[in-house]
Design a protein around this ligand. Structure first.
Ligand code: AP5
Length: 222
């Protein structure tokens, strides 16, 4: 039996839970998790030319230019690990990025199968983002109130000291939300016209969000 690749997008504002759920979906369906935010932070940490350029935008809550992010995406999409499909987390964020993804997938005889939109109100987003703590070593994500680590300030998995993302400060978060509304929210209509978009309430507990996402995928994953 030939298994067709599965390509799904997690769309939603900053703090909606895209990263949390993308990891779970990738594990459940054996897909490659492509988080452009994580990839960019990795470049920043390594101090590459791309990282230095990207940090100028990220620190202000602005979008990194489409060409830079597009090259990074294309490299991942053409890798062997992407052969069974991908979960796109934080990509696309503009219409140009959505068009590029369509083109790259079409070259591989694939297409976006489903877009899962996580809907969460602004007040909840701010509370989630400002309480987020991340592990700089293994990438695990916590929340000081709702998903605290067992020992305060230390990663459960690897023991490293948890940190707060530079762009998770209040004023930068507000700019990220503004940028989301202006550039990324219009993608909802870009995809809803194709009848591949499913809206899921992201304001419930993570396990319940995951259950609803799987339910919303219906027979796309069959
Ligand atoms: P990126 O890293 O993609 O950030 P984002 O989209 O703003 O999303 P977040 O990572 O803040 O939130 P999330 O939805 O993943 O939520 P999470 O699961 O972590 O991008 C950062 C920057 O990089 C951008 O601003 C831009 O500059 C640049 N960039 C990235 N991609 C780009 C692109 N394609 N083009 C141009 N520029 C790009 O959860 C958040 C918190 O809530 C956590 O603490 C978590 O524990 C908690 N939580 C999660 N789910 C729940 C729940 N159900 N209930 C309670 N708490 C929950």
């Amino acid at each position: 039996m030939v298994t067709r690749a599965l390509d799904l997008i997690l769309l939603g504002p900053p703090g909606a839970g895209k990263g949390t759920q993308a990891k779970r979906l990738a594990a459940a369906f054996e897909l490659l998790h492509i988080s452009t935010g994580d990839l960019l932070r990795d470049e920043v940490a390594k101090g590459t030319a791309l990282g230095v350029e990207a940090e100028r935008y990220m620190s202000r809550g602005e979008l990194v230019p489409d060409e830079l992010v597009g090259k990074m995406l294309a490299k991942r999409l053409h890798s062997q690990q992407a052969a069974l499909g991908c979960v796109y987390d934080g990509y696309p964020r503009t219409r140009a990025q959505a068009v590029l993804l369509d083109g790259l997938l079409s070259e591989l005889n694939r297409r976006v199968d489903v877009v899962l939109y996580l809907n969460v109100a602004d007040a909840e987003l701010l509370a989630r983002i400002t309480g987020r703590r991340s592990c700089p070593s293994c990438g695990a994500v916590y929340h000081v109130a709702t998903q605290p680590p067992k020992a305060e300030g230390a990663c459960d998995r690897c023991g490293s000291a948890l940190t707060q993302r530079d762009d998770d400060k209040d004023d930068v978060v507000r700019e990220r939300l503004r940028v989301y509304r202006e550039h990324t929210a219009p993608l909802l209509s870009y995809y809803s016209g194709r009848r591949i978009m499913r809206e899921v309430d992201g304001a419930v507990a993570p396990d319940e969000v995951f259950r609803r996402l799987r339910e919303a995928m219906g027979n796309v994953s069959a």
